[in-house]
Ligand binder design. Sequence first.
Ligand SMILES: C[S@@+](CC[C@H](N)C(=O)[O-])C[C@H]1O[C@@H](n2cnc3c(N)ncnc32)[C@H](O)[C@@H]1O
Length: 174
Amino acid sequence: MRHKNINHVVHEWIVPYLKENHLIVDATCGHGYDTKFLCDQKVNVIAFDIQIEAIEYSKNLLKEYANVTFIHDSHVHLERYIKHCDGIIFNCGYLPHSDKKVITKPESTLEAMAKAYSLLSDDGWMCVTFYQGHDGGAEEMKLGIDWMRKNMNIVHEYTYENVNNPPIAIFAQK
Ligand SMILES: C[S@@+](CC[C@H](N)C(=O)[O-])C[C@H]1O[C@@H](n2cnc3c(N)ncnc32)[C@H](O)[C@@H]1O
């Protein structure tokens, strides 16, 4: 059976929660596909990535858009750039077709999630897609999901059935 693509599922979850003037953070902009999806919904977007290659690629993809700001820094420093946000998306792992050693890491992902939570509006949301295929991915998934279950209200979960070590996406409200 063909699975519905996890990124498409996540985008469908997010749409009903977006309102004009919302500030949404893309914590892992990568090739900018999630960032572009958010920009197309007419919200204001702040997109982080630690790789300049990812930032340059995404800037080029979104050169016609005025509702996005790119930040070349780790999402663990997000409070240096924003004081409040309405939603945040993490798409963990590495940049496809790039250096597989530059990956999100369990401790920093968890720290960034906790910081983001404290900056979220009262009805804010967090959506995280975890992968197990990179070093530390299984630990990142376990820590991140446990943290979300403990601290947030889970609204949606999605994974691929009958696949070894599948990704898991979780959408939660504050
Ligand atoms: C799976 S990709 C993201 C895919 C992206 N959302 C898209 O739509 O193309 C993960 C990205 O996270 C970035 N990354 C890893 N650790 C990071 C960190 N601490 N802060 C910000 N970005 C990080 C990587 O450089 C990589 O580009």
